[in-house]
Design a protein around this ligand. Structure first.
Ligand SMILES: Nc1ncnc2c1ncn2[C@@H]1O[C@H](COP(=O)(O)OP(=O)(O)OP(=O)(O)O)[C@@H](O)[C@H]1O
Ligand SMILES: [Mg+2]
Length: 465
């Protein structure tokens, strides 16, 4: 019997084919199925059914008339599809008192039954997914007319849900926040969202790229100068970015790149909350919320004496670490759908993702995080010929050129005597490349080569490094 704790344990992550849950669900549906993603969406995707009604539907579909001891109506929604079925659909499960699963039904079954009862059409999972994009709690930052704002956050994973809750809470408190995470995870979007959730939202949000401003200009950029402070200075003097951010938020991006000599000056502003323009004789108070971000490990820089320890502690008041996309796979599909909408609108197109393309998106490791996903979606949308973006096209955009290039190089090299390990790696690479061209998806390639899709994906990435 499928136990509820197994389901809970695996939510909301994407599960590979071999997972015990998938095996159990497979025996339910008695068809070979593909699990796209799993999530708890008892109130979202099945918004048109309350829990009780859902349970009734599950039991009715299964023709279970005898009273069943069930604890509560709920659903685990897994976008789930038999391989032959073109669109993903959901499997709803009902839980008994002892944690066992007592009933199940697919969204397709339920939809058909509801349509029969109501004599009207119910939304499909795809339509629900599309609609989810406009739900305010999934899409922080949509303006009232539905257009996007720069701080718009798209997420579904539990870990991001928690981080956004934390962000909203901290936004009201006003303390200094240090955003950390790999490149492209969304640090800047978080900083903008923080500003938006705070009482300062009507005031300025000023971004300073600490790595991009030349060291000799940094001080005047940050703190401004009085008239005649130095040769070439503006005659009237000029306010710095800290002054401009007064009453608002200052976002110190790439903080680890701040030159060491400037770090002590920044520390002073953070402590005293006042600045002095270059050539000035009086201090100017500034009321600012400070948000800093970095994709480097500042602690290592502190140990190497490249970053001041005292400044680190000043900034490290509320640290927020945004996990890489590969560690929150539940966000991949909503983000992909979001970018699909965004670029369809921008280019006046109506492209869709094929269901195999969803697989590809979830199997890939996304070393460039959300930014890479965004770029790949844009490229795929503008280059797709037909209505659907296929798995092949996605693969080509993710790995394509590097692979072709690699293959051409490799053929000549196998002629000579090389270490066995290297030769095996080359053959492996050629084999996967060949199979990818022929079969298109990692899932099919994995089946043909007798390995897991995760292995195929890992090997491809390794060979491309
Ligand atoms: N949760 C999200 N929802 C919507 N868009 C996102 C999200 N996270 C990131 N993005 C988009 O991905 C791109 C990269 O995000 P962002 O610039 O915030 O990353 P970053 O962490 O600051 O990267 P870097 O360290 O390279 O500066 C942006 O275009 C941003 O709009
Ligand atoms: Mg950034």
């Amino acid at each position: 019997m499928l136990l509820w704790k197994d389901v809970m344990h695996t939510m909301p992550t994407y599960l590979p084919k071999e997972s015990s849950l998938l095996a159990a669900l497979r025996s339910f549906t008695e068809q070979e199925s593909r699990l796209l993603f799993i999530q708890d969406c008892s109130s979202k995707i099945v918004g048109y059914l309350d829990q009780e009604a859902l349970l009734k539907q599950i039991l009715a579909v299964q023709d279970l008339h005898q009273p069943i001891k069930w604890k509560e109506a709920f659903c685990v929604v897994s976008a789930f599809a038999p391989l032959s079925y073109p669109q993903p659909y959901d499997v709803f499960l009902a839980r008994a008192d002892d944690g066992g699963i007592v009933g199940y039904a697919t969204s397709q079954d339920i939809r058909i039954r509801l349509e029969q009862q109501q004599h009207s059409r119910c939304p499909t999972i795809q339509e629900d997914l599309q609609e989810m994009q406009t739900l305010p709690d999934e899409h922080e930052g949509l303006s009232s007319d539905g257009t996007e704002l720069p701080h718009q956050l798209v997420y579904r994973s539990a870990v991001m849900q928690q981080l956004v809750d934390e962000l909203k809470h901290i936004a009201k408190v006003g303390s200094t926040v240090l955003l950390m995470g790999e490149s492209g995870v969304g640090k800047e979007v978080f900083a903008k969202a923080l500003h938006h959730f705070s009482d300062r939202r009507e005031e300025p949000f000023i971004r300073v790229n600490c790595g991009a401003i030349p060291a000799n200009l940094l001080e005047s950029e940050l703190f401004g100068y009085e008239k005649g402070a130095f040769t070439g200075a503006d005659q009237k003097g000029k306010p710095g970015l800290f002054e401009l951010a007064n009453r608002g938020t200052i976002f110190l991006d790439e903080i680890a790149d701040l030159p060491y000599s400037m770090q002590v000056k920044l520390l002073r502003v953070l402590q005293e909350r006042e600045i002095m323009r270059i050539g000035g004789i009086r201090t100017i108070p500034v009321d600012i919320r400070v948000v800093a971000a970095t994709n480097q490990d500042i602690r290592t820089l502190v140990r190497a004496r490249k970053f001041r320890e005292d400044l680190y502690y000043r900034l490290h008041v509320v640290p927020i670490e945004i996990p890489p996309l590969r560690k929150r796979k539940a966000d991949i599909v909503p983000l992909a759908m979001h970018f699909l909408h965004q670029y369809n609108r921008a280019y006046r197109l109506g492209k869709k993702l094929s269901s195999e393309a969803f697989d590809v998106l979830q199997q890939y490791e996304w070393p460039g995080n959300v930014r890479e996903l965004q770029n790949v979606m844009e490229r795929s949308i503008v280059t797709a010929r037909g209505e659907h973006i296929t798995a092949d096209q996605l693969w080509a955009n993710l790995y394509g050129h590097a692979y072709q290039h690699q293959e051409a190089e490799k053929k000549a090299m196998v002629q000579e005597i090389i270490p066995l390990k290297e030769a095996v790696e080359q053959v492996e690479s050629q084999l996967i490349s060949l199979a990818m061209k022929k079969y298109g998806t990692a899932a099919k390639v994995a089946k043909i080569l007798g390995v897991s899709p995760a292995t195929v994906s890992r090997r491809m990435q390794k060979h491309l490094q």
